[in-house]
Design a protein around this ligand. Sequence first.
Ligand SMILES: [Zn+2]
Length: 426
Amino acid sequence: MHRFLFTACVAFFLFTVSCAFAQARQISAPASEEDQGPVPVPEPGEKAVSYYTSGNALWVVNQLWVLLIPALFLFSGFSARIRDWARKLGRRWFFVIGIYLIIFSAVNFVIDFPLSYYQGFVREHAYGLSNQAFGKWFGDALKSLAVGMIMGFLFLWVPYLLLEKSPKRWWLYTGLLFVRFIAFVLLISPVWIDPLFNDFGPMKDKALEGKILALAQRAGIEGGRVYEVDKSVDTKALNAYVTGFMGTKRIVLWDTIIARLSPRELLVVMGHEMGHYSLGHVYKGILFFSALILVTLFLAHRTAGRLTGRFRDRFGFERLSDIASLPMLLLLMNLFTLAITPVALAFTRYQEHEADRFGLEITRDNRAAATAFVKLQEENLGVPRPGRLYKLWRASHPVIGERIDFCNEYRPWKSGQPLKYGHLFK
Ligand SMILES: [Zn+2]
């Protein structure tokens, strides 16, 4: 994936609102219809342990990669050269920034290609997690590149104008504008961006849709906000997520999850998603992540000046408002994002846990919730209790073993305790 300021941060944010029911595959054991005590957490298989271990190594490679590549652009003077080309082609300030971004993104796409191809295509096929034809994978990658270029062309001038006009406070104004930018991206994504990659429509199974809409009504969500998407062309994974903002807010179910989970399990998953929806997690996430972005922008601001002062001859620019500084800002943002990732993930884990609670309270179907997570773990090649470092830096959701434990234990209605979210149910 190509990385630059906006998409990096937005992707990071979108990560939070999409749900944990990711990357599960075909289901083996059918759900028991009877309540027979707690559902045991299965031990991970050899393949799952291998996927986990190699995934951690790959994660480290990725973290180094997003620091190393921008550093190469900077220290080789290549960034300054791209700026010179952009000046010749664009002439005017606005176009110079846009053209720089397009060349930079295209070069990045080529450099990133081997790693993206390996982890997005080869590896997923090797572990039997992908259904995607190479043409679809490559086409989607090109579309993402084009979307990134268009968004960058339209918006990257804003922080650069602020850098020019207010070298001391640009990070603050950029951070404040970012709240609006994320809200804008979330508003348009479900209607203009997501349909570029897959087909979205109403649910095909009308009986099941009826049950889901009845549950949605109890959660206070109006009808027509549940969509089905044909993700089976891409993956064997199971997923459901909440996306959109204001008028485009919706719950999306992958067709794979509809096919693989039992109706009871699917309703618990929907209860979880409705929790995100009813508890305003999208809105709170926008605020929280904008605050984090403000922090990383501030830290980048504090360090960027010193770096430029020291290496100006090698970098080929003197001021941050020079578009050739983009790789440096990206490098610093990536570095500080890595440092604050544990804070971000603690926040998303909290939201996910509360969505689990909401799902259990509205369905009271502990057994189906637990068996859904067991299927998720097994089919996802998940490890139920990963190490502490994994939890701190990689787990956007509570670890699956803890989620199963919670589903087994959480029954306040049995002992007459009040529900935390009962007041939201109709
Ligand atoms: Zn979730």
